[in-house]
Design a protein around this ligand. Structure first.
Ligand code: NAI
Ligand code: MG
Length: 361
């Protein structure tokens, strides 16, 4: 089958790191006979410059149709004073909202060669490979009622943690599907001891497990203990599924287990399309890095690993994903480093393109 992919390089270092992904795609097409149907379009500031909007309806329509969207980064000082309605970030937010990307995947993968970059001891993190699945479109950041109002002579701030069964069920399915492509293990985190939404969360996740995914190993953990375990012994986990608020905190915490921002990929998934595959957008966690844009210094690995996730989760090309991740691991083990990966011992950093060359080789 041909895999359709929409590439949106965006702004700043986005196009620079995406150029290396294009070379990786060409390599797989030429050497492994994997057929891609790749189209490319503008997003963010680049789209604003050309069309006066950070995301055109045509681009959005294309994003809704393809097997996967791969986005670089958006934003930059040039656009900081634009009206909010046309800011580069709005393009990204509109994509997420219109595609209804409710399941946010944040892997924390620690390559052995970079274990000393972690804030934790090498033994705790070397070889770590987990994914946090965060519910992204509901929960306490969206629940009503919300607001600040006066009660007697003081102000009260209110947010509401609210989850429907179907919102929990769909993110649970997304986590179980993911686990089937990994080590078949899911840990669900909530606070069912003190929150009604936590009781419902635990209930629904268990029910989806029992009726649809009995072959996957499911455990439950209170989120505060989960935070402790993530730092104490993160390798006990494979897939962690949790709500929007706990997922926000836990995924940032997990990111620091691994080191540089230039290494972190992510994915956002929606409901299955007619072909059974979920709507999907893959992107590095980092932004457009205006401080190094245009200088050939950007680390392309986060974007390349985002493409590896697309291979695994949208294209069912697990072997190709293994090969690509293995190439990244090998290059790092060989000591090839972009500037952001230089330790205190120093050395000569390679450029964005040279990192791409090494991975291809
Ligand atoms: P940033 O992630 O762009 O940069 C933070 C720091 O990390 C900078 O020093 C940068 O040079 C470095 N860095 C980031 N990616 C790197 C890479 N691949 N290789 C080497 N070094 C890297 O975050 P910042 O500076 O807060 O935001 C810059 C712009 O990016 C802003 O306009 C912001 O709104 C936008 N942004 C966009 C995101 C997206 O498109 N998803 C996410 C975060 C920020
Ligand atoms: Mg956060």
């Amino acid at each position: 089958a041909t895999h359709s992919l929409l590439i949106l390089p965006g702004d700043g270092i986005g196009p620079e790191v995406m150029a290396e992904v294009r070379r990786v795609i060409d390599w797989f097409a030429a050497n492994k006979g994997i057929a891609f149907d790749v189209s490319e379009d503008l997003v963010g500031g680049a789209a604003y410059d050309a069309h006066g909007t950070p995301l055109t309806d045509e681009t959005l329509a294309k994003a809704q149709e393809v097997d996967a969207v791969l986005l670089g980064a958006v934003g930059g000082p040039k656009y900081d004073n634009l009206d909010f309605s046309v800011k580069p970030e709005r393009g990204l937010l509109r994509l997420r909202k219109e595609m209804d990307l409710f399941s946010n995947l944040r892997p924390a993968q620690c390559f052995d060669a970079l274990a000393d970059f972690s804030s934790l001891k090498r033994d705790v993190v070397a070889g770590l490979d987990i994914v946090i699945v965060r519910e992204l479109t509901s929960g306490v950041y969206f629940g009503e009622p919300r607001g600040i109002h006066k009660e007697g002579n003081e102000r009260v701030g209110i947010n509401t943690q609210r989850y429907t069964e179907s919102e929990i069920a769909r993110v649970a399915r997304s986590a179980f599907e993911l686990a089937k492509k990994r080590s078949n293990k899911v840990c669900s985190m909530e606070k069912a001891n003190v929150m009604e939404s936590g009781i419902l969360w635990r209930d629904v996740v268990q029910e989806i497990h029992d009726t649809e995914y009995p072959e996957v190993e499911l455990t439950h953990m209170y989120a505060d203990n989960g935070a402790m375990q993530l730092v104490r012994a993160p390798k006990q986990f494979d897939v962690i599924v949790t709500d929007n608020l706990f997922g926000d905190v836990l995924s940032d915490c997990a990111a620091m287990l691994t080191g540089s921002l230039g290494m972190l990929p992510s994915a956002s998934l929606g409901l299955p399309m007619a072909n059974g595959k979920p709507k999907a957008m893959y992107e590095p966690v980092h932004g457009s890095a205006p401080d190094i844009a245009g200088q050939g210094k950007a680390n392309p690995i986060a974007c390349i690993l985002s493409f590896a996730m697309a291979l695994r989760y949208s294209f069912d090309e697990g072997e190709a994903a293994d090969l690509l991740e293995g190439a990244v691991e090998k290059v790092l083990a060989d000591g090839v480093r972009t500037a952001d990966l230089m330790g205190p011992e120093g050395g000569t950093p390679v450029s964005t393109t040279e990192m791409g060359d090494a991975i291809l080789a």
